[in-house]
Design a protein around this ligand. Sequence first.
Ligand code: KG4
Ligand code: ZN
Length: 360
Amino acid sequence: MAKKIIRVLGIESSCDETSVSIVEKSNNKYKVLSNIVKSQTDIHKLYGGVVPELAARAHSDIIDKLIFLAFRKAKMKFDKIDAIASTAGPGLLGGLLVGVVAGKSLAHHLKKPFIAVNHLEGHAMSIKLENNLVYPYLLLLVSGGHTEFTLIERFNKYRRIGTTIDDALGEAFDKTARMLKLGYPGGPEIERYAKNGNQDRFKLPKPLIQEMNCHFSFSGLKSKIANIVAESKCNEKFKRDMSASFQKTINDIIRVKTTNAIEKCRELIKGEVKVVVAGGVAANKSIRHSLMAIEESEKCKFFFPSIKYCTDNGAMIALAGIERYEKNKINKLDFKPRPRWPLDKSAVFMKGKRAVEGSG
Ligand code: KG4
Ligand code: ZN
């Protein structure tokens, strides 16, 4: 018989946020008992991007303190936890090692199961922290390392129907911000600058927009911006107008591709299409509004996790850990981190390839 109340500790350290959380499941409802997030922005902003070696050191400096803090905040004793879940990939190897070793050590010491969680599964499940959404749903995952449409048929059954053939969307935001000499991380800065900019000043390319598939490409857009920046005076007005034009172009691309993905979904599932938009870029308010505007015409419903659960957090890892624990999907202590770990194992690796209709 399934245990009534389950509590799992989630550890996240795949990129530049160290996070530890305890999530409880009781009567089919989730409750976040604690979710401590320590961002490394101050370290990486000096370099304009994440420095893997420094990220790993910073995770290792703080992980034990955050684990103590997560228990204290949840007002829980260590032995009351049912399992320990760590992000085991995809991500930067050094950071993954810190979280996985911490999780395994704690699991071994407490004699509790260790669960290796796919970071992308965490993002895919993040909506469930606050919404009892039923499967199936279409996931649009937009983060610093990934951009994909994946049909979440049920827990652990994932079918990718579109992806990026070059940069991830968060990467496009971060690189554009760097060209414009905005702060780091770039996404929130672009959003801030775009607010007071003229979105029609620059006409930017929308790669793959004519192709009736669900694939993305952002590298041509990035090159065009680099060319314009090289020929322009990068003053405050230029920064605002370029940020606004970039964000508008991204919105146009996402709306068209999401419409294609919804159509594809209708061939695969019955009933109303529910679209969950998750990952760091889903924190962008203009993207949220732009997608909401097509709800009626596309006869679909959009769901967005709270901003704190869009960017990397331990709570989504703990929740995925609970789902795995309930299904007895626990891992041995020799589980090795996987820097590359697709959600849909059968999906074709598309980076550098032309997007071909029908290839997932
Ligand atoms: O999911 P996440 O926290 O980490 C990864 O798994 O990659 O996503 C980080 C990405 C970064 O590229 C960051 O610039 C972007 O999310 N991001 C945003 C916003 N907030 C974070 N992009 C656009 N607008 C935002 N408000
Ligand atoms: Zn992430």
